[in-house]
Design a protein around this ligand. Structure first.
Ligand code: ADP
Length: 397
């Protein structure tokens, strides 16, 4: 028995979960927000339902880690620091270097540093978290789990952009995808639910959250995914455009009087998608409410979201020459029955059918297709943190 932490560090936040392994029991979880700003918010959920919250100034991630560990002892979640044997860090971009999770040493830190250009904000923040834990708990097993690793199995025909070839060779310009940990988790779980070997299945995993991506998992490996060089590509998302024509960049920059291309990319990342289309919100619940009140732009935004997701489902069925299971996961995938139904309805001509009654559920693992459906449709709540903890456990031995 040992305790393992799963960490997701952002530029001003640190999200964490503490597990008893190998039982995978959650002992505590929490988040530190506004690190480096005034009035940082420090929250811990522990002992099944207790909550500790504090607002104080936390200058950097290392202070956040020290404070967190000290509080875990004070709250008696742990007795001393020796109980924590491992820590796993989510790292957004692993480039072509990391096709698997890695034990963190100086070389791995340098390698993550060398691909910061692939996700400047995210990888830098992830590295800050890694270094903070290294400084406070230098002797425990430390593992990096990459969002992109699962997609490193994609063949060149699917990961290459139709650009001059040397841009790939010289500048690493290619599709990397994201949400890999989630796509892997739900595809493995789907095989278990179907009682079939994963390496004999054609699965389409739909991770539909604020960020959304669709993956074709053939015989257990990712062969294509909707996100691209960065998580901006693919389907319409909460605030991101998904796929658009690059010619819009100079055109809109001129119209909007922008001189810095980063400002345009910021609009594509933060002001677009469901939020930009609807003018209401990026949040699916708000859009559903607005649609019910007759808001036409909210309705249009929802139909566009469903359409773009459906496009990828269609592509991947053709690519894999069939599909055994479609898996819905993440905030929208787990909680929005209507959206699921609208995405799936065009597949009825292939005999893929949703059971209306079974589909009327939120956040619960189950089969939601009819008994005679030619492919199973599954709802599987994702758990990226437990995948991180499992990798720490696996690499520790
Ligand atoms: P993130 O990418 O931030 O992790 P999540 O996976 O938490 O996102 O998904 C957030 C999305 O899930 C939001 O659009 C939210 O509205 C949607 N969502 C959460 N609960 C519900 C619900 N009960 N009904 C409809 N949508 C929901």
């Amino acid at each position: 028995m040992s305790k393992t932490m799963a960490i997701n560090a952002g530029s001003s936040s640190l999200k964490w979960k503490l597990y008893e392994m190998p039982e995978e029991e959650t002992l505590a979880s929490g988040i530190v927000e506004r690190i480096g700003l005034n009035n940082s918010v420090f929250t811990i959920k522990y002992n099944n339902g207790n909550k500790y919250e504090d607002v104080l100034d936390i200058n950097d991630h290392e202070v956040a880690v020290e404070l967190l560990l000290q509080k875990l002892i004070e709250l008696k979640v742990i007795e001393n620091l020796d109980e924590i044997e491992g820590v796993g860090h989510r790292v957004v971009a692993g480039g072509e270097i990391f096709s698997e999770s890695a034990l963190i040493d100086d070389e791995v830190i340098e390698q993550i540093d060398s691909i910061i250009k692939l996700a400047p904000l995210h990888n830098l923040a992830n590295l800050t978290g890694i270094k903070a834990f290294k400084n406070v708990l230098p002797d425990i097993t430390s593992v990096a789990v990459f969002d992109t690793s699962f997609h490193q199995t994609m063949p060149a025909v699917n990961f290459m952009y139709s650009l001059p070839y040397e841009y790939y060779e010289k500048y690493d310009a290619r599709k990397y995808g994201a949400h890999g940990t989630s796509h892997q988790f739900v595809s493995e779980r789907a095989a278990e639910m179907l009682g079939k070997p994963l390496d004999e299945l054609k699965i389409i995993t739909l991770h539909l959250g604020n960020g959304a991506s669709i993956t074709a998992v053939e015989n257990g490996v990712s062969i294509d995914t909707s996100m691209g060089f960065t998580p901006l590509a693919g389907v319409t998302m909460g605030t991101r455009t998904g796929d658009i024509d690059a010619s819009l960049i100079p055109y809109l920059m001129e119209k909007l009087d922008l001189t810095d291309v980063q400002d345009m990319i910021d609009i594509f990342n933060h002001q677009s998608g469901l939020k930009g289309l609807s003018g209401v919100s990026s949040d699916m619940r708000d859009l559903e409410a607005a649609e019910a009140e007759g808001n036409e732009r909210a309705e249009l935004a929802l139909r566009i979201f469903e359409d773009r997701v459906r496009n990828y489902v269609g592509q991947y069925i053709v690519k894999m020459e069939g599909v055994d299971a479609l898996v819905f996961t993440a905030g929208i995938g787990e909680n929005a029955p209507e959206t699921r139904a609208n995405i799936i309805k065009n597949l009825e001509f292939m005999g893929i059918k949703l059971d209306e009654e079974k589909n009327n559920v939120r956040g619960e693992e189950r089969v939601i297709s009819t008994d005679d459906s030619t492919a199973k449709i599954l709802l599987i709540p994702t758990d990226e943190e437990v995948m991180i903890a499992r990798d720490v456990e696996r690499l520790k031995k």
